[in-house]
Design a protein around this ligand. Structure first.
Ligand code: FES
Length: 283
């Protein structure tokens, strides 16, 4: 059975990055259950008995305001999302949480986040939660140009933001793939969210890191590093976005093939083990 719908009153409409709308809803009875990696279903009745239903990642939780901010994902068909036309004060149904939280090991003190404009919404809440818990966070952000980047003010001041733009208008000219080698040995864990190209780049970097961990400079196998008690999350998790569906694991519409088999993103995901070395599978 799915979660019981709760009423969410729209408090604010904003943008995470150009064209990507964020909606803040007052929903005090829902927010205690929300963790980074979760999404919500937004449900709005339409004329003719239809109901608009969308999966929206949780991008921020404000315990003092009793509110949750979610990001509208671009529609697969490129059309305008009817939910973008909501007005302040309107009430819709929120259902969730959808999916599993991103797993962060207790021993993790250095967290690497890798995102493009599409993926930013999926990792923003994690950046906020991790820094609140005293974890050092570096965010590698990729965009076509400076104007496409999310404002730095959307992240806590203590997050180190490193930018790569295709046109070189700010930061490194190129992609985050060019920067990964510098950061993978620093990080205790990493999370990537966004298009297939940055997920592939991060996965390749994680596999190289794993190989390096197992090989000494002379080419002989290194001693396997012991895993501190309580560590069970893979080094790299990939966030795989999904747009619509039942949200309760019943329809199969969000099923994707991973290195370790089929994963329903609304139940076992959206975070999967990108290198397939743990139980949840790879992207
Ligand atoms: S959305 Fe139906 S199984 Fe995931």
């Amino acid at each position: 059975m799915g979660s019981t719908p709760v009423a969410g009153e729209l408090l604010a409409i904003g943008e995470l990055d150009p064209g990507r709308i964020a909606l803040e809803f007052r929903a005090p009875n829902l927010i205690a259950a929300l963790r980074p990696g979760h999404a919500l279903h937004l449900v709005r009745p339409e004329s003719g008995g239809y109901r608009v239903r969308r999966v929206a990642p949780v991008s921020r939780v404000d315990l003092l305001r009793g509110s949750v901010e979610v990001a509208l994902q671009p529609r697969a068909d490129g059309g305008q999302d009817a939910l973008a036309g909501l007005r302040i004060g309107e009430v819709i149904e929120l259902i969730g949480p959808i999916g599993q939280p991103i797993l962060i090991n207790k021993a993790t003190m250095r967290l690497l986040l890798i995102a493009d404009g599409e993926g930013f919404a999926w990792v923003r809440a994690l950046a906020i939660a991790a820094t609140s818990a005293g974890v050092s966070v570096t965010m590698l952000q990729q965009a076509e140009t400076a104007a496409d980047l999310p404002p730095a003010s959307l992240l806590p001041d203590v997050v180190e933001i490193v930018v790569a733009t295709s046109d070189g208008s700010i930061g490194h000219r190129g992609t985050v793939a060019d920067l990964l080698a510098e950061y993978v040995s620093w990080a205790d864990q990493a999370v990537v969210a966004g298009a297939a190209d940055i997920r592939a780049a991060a996965t390749s970097a994680a596999l190289r890191r794993r190989t390096a961990d197992r090989t000494t400079a002379s080419g002989k196998p290194a001693r396997t590093r012991t895993t501190p008690a309580g560590n069970r999350a893979p080094w790299l998790q990939a966030l795989l976005a999904h747009e619509i569906g039942c949200g309760i694991g019943a329809c199969g519409g969000c099923t994707v093939a991973t290195r370790a088999g089929q994963v329903r993103l609304c139940r076992e995901g959206p975070a999967v083990d990108a290198t397939g070395s743990a139980s949840k599978g790879g992207a």
